[in-house]
Design a protein around this ligand. Structure first.
Ligand SMILES: N[C@@H](CCC(=O)N[C@@H](CS)C(=O)NCC(=O)O)C(=O)O
Length: 231
């Protein structure tokens, strides 16, 4: 591990957003302390460090908190420059990867996370929406990777982290909803890319097991059903 000053990640094991910070630190070989938040409550340190959104991840570098997963990945890339860069060096390539990373959060993840609580026609429509979104990413993969194994080329880069971090929940959604989102017929390149991403040394120890995510999802869904309606 590289020598560095004090680095902490406030996080939670099931969070795809937290994974992004952890993968970026792993890629840069930066040692860090992982401070696990308890699901359903927020520590004083989290409230102090991210008073605006009160969400994980927060990267604490020395005494400076940095919030929002994609901003954290960019910060890590800019601070620890001795390891290969996470974002592409070309400004246009960087812009394209940022565009698709925002798409993953705003469109794809947003529709995917609804699937497990829907049924019938609503579920079918949402699965179609998510699948179409993934097909667009298959096309983006072809352009960004230029025939190499990752969106970032020979190694994991910014868009690999942004999209790859939701693979745990994607698999949990597929299994719970008995649906196929990453499909060999429609998105063959991404199916192979997902295998490579999850097997990478920077990823495999922080990618949650599908069955553990399903267990958690069931508990959270049961809690939501029993919860009194929001005022
Ligand atoms: N846009 C944020 C999203 C972070 C986020 O939604 N974190 C969730 C965990 S997956 C959280 O802290 N939720 C607690 C809450 O909403 O109160 C990012 O990219 O960091």
């Amino acid at each position: 591990m590289a020598k560095n000053d004090d680095v902490k990640v406030l996080g939670a094991w099931p969070s795809p957003f937290v994974m992004r910070a952890r993968i970026a630190l792993n890629l840069k070989s930066i040692d860090y302390e992982f401070l696990e938040e308890t699901i359903g409550s927020k520590s004083q340190l989290l409230l102090q460090s991210n008073p605006v959104h009160k969400k994980v991840p927060v990267l604490i570098h020395g005494d400076k908190p940095i919030c929002e997963s994609l901003i954290i990945v960019q910060y890590i890339d800019e601070v620890w420059t001795s390891a290969p860069s996470i974002l592409p060096s070309d400004p246009y390539d960087r812009a394209i990867q940022r565009f698709w990373a925002a798409y993953v959060d705003d469109k794809l993840f947003a529709s995917m996370r609804q699937i497990k609580s829907l049924e019938g026609e609503e579920k079918k429509a949402m699965v179609e929406q998510a699948t179409e979104g993934i097909v667009l990413l298959e096309e983006a993969f072809e352009k960004c990777s230029k025939g190499k194994p990752f969106f970032g080329g020979d190694r994991i880069g910014y868009l690999d982290i942004a999209f790859g971090s939701i693979l745990g929940w994607l698999r949990a959604t597929e299994k719970m909803g008995e649906v196929k989102l990453l499909d060999e017929a429609k998105t063959p390149r991404l199916v192979k890319w997902a295998g490579r991403f999850c097997a990478d040394g920077a990823v495999k120890d922080c990618m949650p097991e599908t069955d553990k995510l399903i267990e958690l999802a069931k508990v959270l869904m049961a809690k939501m059903k029993g919860a009194p309606p929001k005022q």
